[in-house]
Design a protein around this ligand. Structure first.
Ligand code: ATP
Ligand code: MG
Length: 394
């Protein structure tokens, strides 16, 4: 029964010249999201909103699901489009709309009529009153509340008549492409995909890097990360995923450095490589799923030592103050959880020490890294040069 969607966004956030940028990016992202949905859609911006009109038959649930993933949208209203065949027909159609959409009609309502076409023979106030009366006659259980109605029945009179009352919450945030680009350190865990989602929500385009260690980590573990990147790309748009072979570096650190410092030193090399890739790809920040105290490598002291090797870019850690349970909830909401918990080995867990340091000393770590000397630089260059780049998109 619905042939269109009215897309609402928070206007207050975007005053002045940014408004056009915001709206154009939103229209682009809505078109992208609908590309894989069955049907043909006209997407256009009008004052303060975006209208999506289906041309002919389309997959309603698919379209709604796709729209729910577009950042920048605060609400999605499914719209019934009516021909203007006079007020009596409009009243009849509205009654039939209410009976179809609301099985339980114990609610308060208000009619909100707007005339974009001024030659319509009734004024808005008159439409409100007359249509309200028709509904009350048809459904005695309804009540009017003009101050805070439970259901606002919107009637917009343009060339055709647009009727809508359902308001579905959107993803919020800013449209992808309005916030620059960042490099996500994406592992197969729960935290990093959700961290990427959080940053992408602010309009940031994502690139990602995954460190894998074949043959210690399997092809399936890598595929899991590709799948996670795809899940996030349904929200963020295409993610270019850089898969870096970390085996040689990891083994070399294991050979040369104290084992309780292995994880920290490894993480420092991940950060160094990630920053190099970020700068080469015009990214303005690194993103990780770290959270204070979650594991030994995420104590304040460990974070400080990991962070100090990043020279130019800020490191965004959207979950720094989150509990695991909160991250789990978000990952369930966005649909990455089920994939994240698949049991494949992680390159960090293969050689973990029994008692990793929780208070690493920066001086000691730096000293031990000197054991790695020039060899490690050559290994880093090789790893970067030989990386595989995968396009993750839905
Ligand atoms: P996650 O659930 O995101 O895997 P975690 O709780 O397992 O996080 P760590 O393994 O300590 O925590 O990793 C901390 C962060 O470092 C991750 O959130 C991710 O951003 C990054 N990271 C860890 N391992 C890798 C990897 N193999 N490739 C890319 N990034 C990684
Ligand atoms: Mg992990």
């Amino acid at each position: 029964m619905f042939q269109a969607f009215l897309i609402k966004y928070a206007e207050i956030a975007i005053k002045g010249k940014n408004r056009n940028l915001f709206e154009d990016a939103l229209v682009r992202q809505v078109r992208r999201a609908l590309k894989s949905v069955e049907g043909s859609f006209l997407v256009e911006k009008t004052r303060g909103r975006v209208n999506v009109t289906a041309e002919g038959d389309f997959d309603y649930d698919g379209a709604l699901d796709a729209l729910k993933k577009v950042f920048g949208i605060t609400a999605i209203c499914p719209v019934v489009v009516l021909e203007d065949n006079g007020f009596e027909k409009l009243a009849e159609d509205t009654v039939s709309y209410i009976s179809k959409v609301y099985k339980d009609r114990n609610f308060t309502f208000k009619i909100n009529a707007r005339r974009a076409r001024k030659n319509y023979p009734m004024e808005s106030m008159e439409i409100n009153a007359s249509l309200g009366e028709k509904l009350l006659n048809a459904f005695p259980e309804l009540k009017v509340d003009v101050h805070s109605p439970e259901v606002m029945i919107n009637v917009e009179i343009r060339e055709k008549i647009y009727l809508y009352s359902i308001v579905i919450p959107g993803a919020g945030g800013m449209p992808t492409g309005t916030g620059g680009k960042a490099m996500l350190l994406l592992s197969g865990g729960i935290d990093s995909p959700a961290a990427g989602y959080r940053i992408a929500k602010r309009g940031v385009v994502l690139n990602a890097v995954y460190f894998h260690a074949p043959p210690y980590t399997s092809e399936r573990a890598k595929q899991k990360v590709v799948d996670l990147a795809k899940i996030i790309s349904a929200y963020s748009g295409t993610i270019w995923l850089h898969v870096v072979n970390f085996t040689e570096i990891q083994k070399y650190i294991y050979e040369k450095c104290p084992h309780e410092e292995l994880t920290i030193i490894m993480r420092r090399y991940m950060m160094r490589i990630a920053e190099r890739l970020a700068l080469e790809n015009d990214c303005m920040a690194l993103v990780t799923g770290e959270s204070i105290g979650q594991v030994a490598s995420q104590t304040m002291a460990s974070l400080m030592v990991t962070n100090e090797v990043v020279e130019k870019l800020p490191v965004f850690r959207p979950f720094i103050g989150s509990d695991k349970q909160e991250i789990v909830e978000l990952s369930k909401e966005i649909g990455s959880y089920e994939t994240s918990i698949l049991p494949f080995e992680d390159c960090c867990t293969i050689w973990v020490a029994k008692h990793p340091v929780t208070k690493p000393s920066p001086e000691r770590i730096r000293k031990h890294e000197r054991f790695l000397s020039d060899e490690i630089d050559r290994m880093m260059e090789t790893a970067i040069k030989n990386r595989e780049v995968i396009k993750a998109e839905v």
